[in-house]
Write a protein that binds this ligand. Structure first.
Ligand code: ASP
Ligand code: CP
Length: 322
């Protein structure tokens, strides 16, 4: 892997200082009218290779690249319409597409596959979700949303709920929270989707206070950030196991009554029943704002990935940024 190429493969590569700089940059992008955004990606091409379904990740990456003045080429159904269907390896595909584009964004069902692709390319590769392993850019959006909504990333109690075994977004967010101070995490999951004990140990060793809980309503009054997730049906080989995990923890009006008034509810989306739509009008329901934050956060990330040196001028109207 070339040391001068900035891949985004895991949240473990980011430190607190980088995160806060990225969030400030994303805020600036969010505030700028599109016309005033400096086209820092002009002339650059992003290739999106998605071997699994996506709405938010692919479209918000493509929107972000377009807003920055760049162009996009896409294999939207890469598993069936790229030559992967003929048996081509992810390495060969990435090597070839790296000759057509300046940046690759890849989602793939196999854990570790995006890192394998990055190992053979000389352009940046961003992990848009590799199996049940990581979804680093989703976690960046999640923590950015916490920062915007709560005004801080430290001293919060976060409940991670649902599929903590196969849910890559929750796994990445848990790891990213190790960059915060004074954070307590509650892990609330049905028995079949509990978090891997090795990961729990990793979080504790990094200084997080981690507690497993069964009764979501009972812990709700302590929670500042409730992070609900979908049970990842596509990762189960046994449909009965999947069924056993579904419906156990649902965010509904009763749960909202138990949550503090200042709390927020996040979800990486899509949801399929684990948040009652009745909750959507509650001001604490922040999941659609969270999805919207994907564009400015990914703009900031693309800018960082494509820029060899720190950028000093962000907008065309002379707005300067350190
Ligand atoms: N969209 C997220 C992911 O791809 C969460 C989910 O699908 O449930 O990991
Ligand atoms: N949150 C997320 O990754 O959504 P998509 O699966 O729709 O990209």
């Amino acid at each position: 892997m070339r040391p001068d190429v900035k891949h985004v493969l895991s949240v473990t590569q980011f430190d607190r200082q980088f995160l806060l700089q990225l969030f400030h940059r994303a805020d600036e992008f969010a505030a700028l009218p599109p016309r005033e955004i400096a086209p820092v990606a002009r002339g650059a091409i992003m290739a999106t290779l998605f071997y699994e379904p996506s709405t938010r990740t692919r479209l918000s990456f493509e929107a972000a690249m377009t807003r920055l003045g760049g162009s996009v080429i896409s294999a939207e159904y890469a598993a069936s319409t790229s030559s992967a269907a003929k048996g081509e390896s992810i390495e060969d595909t990435a090597r070839v597409v790296a000759g057509y584009a300046d940046l690759l964004v890849i989602r793939h069902p196999a854990a570790g596959s995006v890192a394998r692709a990055a190992a053979v390319t000389d352009v940046p590769v961003i992990n848009a979700g590799d199996g049940a392993n990581e979804h680093p850019t989703q976690a960046l959006i999640d923590l950015y949303t916490v920062w915007r909504e709560c005004g801080r990333i430290d001293g919060l109690t976060v409940a991670l709920v649902g599929d903590l075994r196969f849910g890559r977004a929750a796994r990445s967010l848990a790891r990213l929270l190790t960059q915060t101070v004074g954070t307590k995490i509650y892990l609330v999951a049905p028995p079949v989707t509990r978090m891997d004990p090795l990961l729990v140990e990793e979080l504790r060793s990094a200084g997080l206070e981690v507690e497993e809980a069964d009764d979501l309503v009972a812990i709700a009054p302590e929670v500042d950030v409730l992070y609900q997730t979908r049970i990842q049906r596509e990762r189960f080989s046994d449909p009965d196991e999947y069924a056993a995990a579904c419906g156990r923890y649902v965010v509904d009006q009763r749960l909202m009554r138990a949550l503090p008034r200042h709390a927020i509810v996040l979800h990486p989306l899509p949801r399929v029943g684990e948040i009652d739509p009745e909750v959507d009008t509650d001001p604490r329901a922040a999941y659609f704002r969270q999805a919207r934050n994907g564009v400015p956060l990914r703009m900031a990330l693309i800018e960082w990935v494509l820029t060899p040196h720190p950028v000093t001028v962000l907008s065309t109207n002379g707005h300067r940024h350190a």
